[in-house]
Design a protein around this ligand. Structure first.
Ligand code: MG
Length: 164
């Protein structure tokens, strides 16, 4: 019987950085980008933590510490590809990803298809294995006031026979 495992990822970043808004490796027109030590790509970060959770390989902060100058301004999609390699090396294959981005603005629906393409390419899975959804927080709380955004992600992986 094939062993399936599941992992949960969450991330949040505040708006305010004077740089592009990048989610899932996709640059999205917006007046402000997301703060953070790397490029602030909260979607990539949530997917990374979901994959690390599914394989019990730690978390993003352990692998890429935010006080390490090596990761300053890092391309989070490169980090995601690195994590995909760690998942593979530990004996698991990525089965699917599902993510929900919660932000009041900008409207992300026009960009979710290309986010899926970018994530699928980094993870070396078919685009049909990657889901990205976007919604608002109905104007509630800090996210509703546009102070930042949140991402939830879940990943499933399957043992390839060499799992340890
Ligand atoms: Mg983050």
């Amino acid at each position: 019987m094939m062993t399936m495992r599941f992992g949960l990822g969450y991330d949040c970043h505040t708006f305010g950085a004077d740089r592009p808004l990048r989610l899932g490796g996709v640059e999205i027109p917006n007046s402000k980008g997301l703060t953070g030590h790397s490029d602030g790509d909260a979607l990539a970060h949530a997917v990374i933590d979901a994959l690390l959770g599914a394989t019990a390989l730690g978390d993003i902060g352990q692998l890429f510490p935010d006080d390490d100058p090596q990761w300053e301004g890092a391309d989070s999609m490169v980090l995601l590809a690195d994590v995909r390699n760690r998942v593979t090396a530990s004996g698991y294959a990525v089965v699917n990803i599902d993510a929900t981005i919660i932000t009041e603005a900008p409207r992300l629906a026009p960009y979710t298809a290309v986010m899926r393409d970018c994530l699928a390419e980094a993870l070396e899975v078919p685009v049909s294995a990657v889901s990205v959804k976007a919604k608002t927080n109905e104007k509630m709380d800090a996210v509703g006031r546009g102070e930042g955004l949140q991402v939830f992600a879940i990943a499933s992986v399957q043992a390839t026979g060499t799992a340890r």
